[in-house]
Design a protein around this ligand. Structure first.
Ligand SMILES: NC(=O)c1ccc[n+]([C@@H]2O[C@H](COP(=O)([O-])OP(=O)(O)OC[C@H]3O[C@@H](n4cnc5c(N)ncnc54)[C@H](OP(=O)(O)O)[C@@H]3O)[C@@H](O)[C@H]2O)c1
Length: 321
């Protein structure tokens, strides 16, 4: 789920060691921020036994109120997107200049709020990990979610791939197709593998990008072509499947994971490039971020319910206006 904060009163300002970002006050600004779905594997090191699911504000857009003396990348009045590790659902925040990226003039604050997590992840999944080539066939699961629609957008409109969207309802499949997928499969109605086979034949798809896990992951893996690649992004369905390694061997398949947020600490250049590339694609009109719903900040619980009840499509934003 995503939170979006929009306000005429938004402010950001930078302190000595970073940027103080604020989304309340009296300055004319239109900030927006975003929540993001997270599932974690059981933490056996702490005796955990079951996966948990949570959402929290990890991203935002807004306007810089003030910059500290040693801040060089942004200045007062700049429109920026940023990531802040679960602290985005506040009217104001302080953040380091390294976690902010300037928004180009022709990109709205609302569109920009959709970009960081979903498009950062989509770009790294499609390009950095799967290395999708023009004309390749890509199966995307949870396709009408925030990340799914971003993957479809990037894969079709930037990398010229053909996407099969897999989702849990006909309406979600329809939306994914309106957003660029060539075909849709409702995996609540039967075997995903059989449906994909009907669409592409026994040769299979070149790439699968899975966010659901469990049987949907296994069906995606079994739908891959010779030298196919599968990228694991998440476990929205709550089950973490084991990989049958014989399948990897038989078709020379590569199975890989992507944890976008981890790049912020492990390889900041890659992380930062995913953000600047998303902004650049948006500026060039190559991608079109999709906001599924906007809730007022005081309706934050309704926003969470909307996502947790699996009703959301695209990004759900919280507005501070
Ligand atoms: N690895 C990374 O760096 C990274 C980055 C971003 C997101 N993710 C992961 O990607 C997944 C999607 O994230 P998102 O932000 O796109 O979330 P989202 O917008 O809330 O979409 C999640 C989708 O998961 C599907 N889903 C399948 N089984 C579900 C279940 N039992 N309960 C709830 N939803 C279920 C739903 O689609 P259907 O109803 O169509 O099945 C839903 O639309 C999450 O697992 C998230 O943690 C990972």
């Amino acid at each position: 789920m995503a939170e979006y904060c929009e306000s005429n009163n938004s402010t950001f300002f930078c302190g000595q060691r970073g940027i103080l970002a604020s989304r309340a006050g009296s300055k004319p600004a239109l900030p927006s921020c975003s929540l993001h779905r997270v599932e974690a594997a059981p933490d056996h090191s702490r005796g955990g036994s079951s996966p948990y699911r949570a959402t929290g504000g990890m991203e935002f857009s807004g306007v810089v109120l003030e910059a500290g003396a040693d801040v060089s990348t942004v200045k007062k009045g700049d429109r920026v997107i940023g990531v802040s590790n679960f602290h985005s659902m506040a009217e104001q925040c302080i953040t380091d200049q390294k976690t902010l990226w300037r928004i180009p003039e022709n990109v709205s604050l609302q569109d920009a709020a959709v970009l960081p997590v979903s498009y950062g992840t989509a770009i790294l999944a499609v390009d950095h990990r799967a290395r999708i080539q023009p004309g390749e066939t890509v199966l995307v699961t949870a396709a009408a979610g925030a990340t799914g629609l971003a993957v479809i957008d990037v894969a079709t409109n930037v990398f010229c791939a053909k996407v099969i969207a897999a989702a849990g309802s006909d309406e979600k499949c329809k939306l994914a197709m309106q957003r660029g997928a060539q075909s849709g499969v409702n995996y609540s109605q039967g075997s995903l593998k059989d449906a994909v086979k009907k669409l592409v034949g026994s040769s299979g798809v070149n790439v699968a990008i899975d966010m659901v896990g469990g049987d949907v992951f296994l069906d995606s893996l079994r739908s891959l072509a010779w030298e196919g690649r599968i990228v694991v992004l998440g476990f929205a369905g709550g089950n973490i499947a084991s990989v049958p390694s014989n399948l990897l061997l038989l078709k020379n398949i590569s199975a890989m994971g992507l944890y976008w947020g981890r790049y912020q600490h492990q390889d900041f250049a890659v992380f930062s490039k995913s953000m600047s590339t998303a902004l650049q694609y948006c500026q060039q009109g190559l991608i079109h971020p999709h906001t599924g719903a906007v809730f007022k900040l005081e309706k934050v619980n309704d926003a969470f319910l909307h996502v947790m009840q699996r009703k959301s499509t695209g990004k759900v934003l919280l507005s501070l206006k």
